[in-house]
Design a protein around this ligand. Structure first.
Ligand code: M6R
Length: 365
């Protein structure tokens, strides 16, 4: 059921305010300024003993793991490592006791993620799944887990599952944080920020008309660069993946400051750079990176905060997003990039819901 939308991908992009509400429903505990999860199957005492976390997945789910790494380290101060499931399953890394392993997967059927979870569980580590499909293989294989409740995702390009994964990881970071040093007040503030998220995403969706114009201007480019820092470094990777998979345009995502260590050689007047540059901690640094691209004649599309004359002066095109604090910012800033890839793919005559060579879940390794 397309509910009046021309494609599932567009429908699912627009469902995000609602899917985020569903991810949070019943999981924010105001009284204790924390999050609650029904299915972790761990006592508070067991959770207290966790000393390391591994987040593993593939594709877009791996990108959400990168966002989760920043979130959990910032709020809970637990060291996190992010692993490609396909590498983790064969790499045989030394994993310390008291390590918790999360498999992140929309479908719950991705062969490599499933195998990585089975292998780490076999070695005696506690495994948990962050998954969208109730009763999926991973839900059965892991010791416990958290459902996304995003509803079915039909478009091959993951959109609403990604933002829900990030949202669940933010709540997990809050939960682990509140088991440790995070104060009641900080917990309350984070709950407030999370509650503002669905409306912020709804507001970000209003950029559609602007994004459409930008897509018309750049849809014939053959390479795009996506650049962002901190919480928006994974946004850059995810924006580039969205463009690659549905429009077949070559795109690279990088932490913005890495650009000068190589990718800047790609910059010319035909290669657009998409900068994710909302106001925040590394804002000035990203602006400096934008100047470097500008000086080399590269067109710049900026995803920026409203009322940012500095960015408006440098960038050729600006898409504004509502202000959101660090933790929830990547969930808002990905929205215009999902729409950008959608509109570019349409203009190139691509089948956005069923891109060539791709399947919705990759059940072979
Ligand atoms: O179902 P999963 O989340 O495990 O799928 C993992 C990847 O195959 C998936 O995210 C893929 O990268 C998407 N097509 C991205 O849009």
């Amino acid at each position: 059921d397309l509910a009046g939308f021309p494609h599932y991908m567009l429908k699912e992009i627009h469902e995000q305010p609602e899917s985020l509400r569903n991810a949070m429903r019943g999981r924010l505990d105001d009284e204790n300024a924390t999050a609650v999860f029904g299915g972790l199957n761990m006592t508070p005492q067991q959770i207290r003993t966790v000393r390391r976390i591994i987040l593993t997945g593939c594709g877009t789910s791996w990108h959400s793991a990168l966002v989760g790494e920043y979130m959990i380290e910032e709020l809970a101060r637990i060291p996190v490592s992010v692993e490609y499931a396909s590498e983790l399953r064969y790499r045989n890394p030394p994993i310390e006791n008291d390590t918790l392993v999360f498999g992140i997967t929309q479908s719950g059927e991705t062969a490599d993620t499933l195998a990585a979870i089975r292998e780490t569980k076999r070695k005696g580590h506690r495994t948990l799944a962050i998954n969208n499909v109730v009763g999926s293989s991973i839900a059965q294989a892991a010791d416990g887990g958290i459902y996304l409740h995003a509803g079915p995702e039909i478009g091959v390009a993951s959109t609403k599952a990604y933002t829900s994964q990030c949202c669940v990881l933010a709540m997990l970071a809050l939960y682990f944080g509140r088991m440790r040093h995070l104060s009641f007040e900080s917990g309350q503030r984070i709950i407030e920020e999370l509650r503002m998220l669905p409306n912020a995403v709804a507001e970000a969706l209003r950029c559609d008309a602007t994004v459409k114009e930008i897509a018309a201007k750049y849809h014939e480019a053959s390479t795009f660069l996506y650049l962002g820092r901190q919480y928006n470094f994974p946004t850059a990777l995810e924006g580039a993946l969205k463009l690659k998979e549905i429009s077949y345009i070559h795109a690279e995502g990088y932490p913005a400051a890495e650009m000068k260590h190589g990718p800047i050689a790609l910059v010319d007047e035909h290669t657009p750079s998409v900068f994710i540059v909302p106001k925040g901690t590394t804002y000035d640094k990203v602006v400096a990176n934008m100047e470097e691209v500008k000086a080399r004649g590269g067109p710049i599309i900026a995803i920026a905060s409203q009322d940012d004359p500095q960015v408006q002066k440098i960038a050729d095109d600006v898409i504004t997003i509502p202000d959101a604090p660090g933790l929830t910012q990547p969930i808002v800033s990905i929205v215009p990039l999902q729409l950008l890839s959608y509109h570019i793919a349409l203009l190139r005559g691509c089948d956005v819901d069923k891109p060539r060579n791709l399947a919705k879940s990759v059940t072979v390794e």
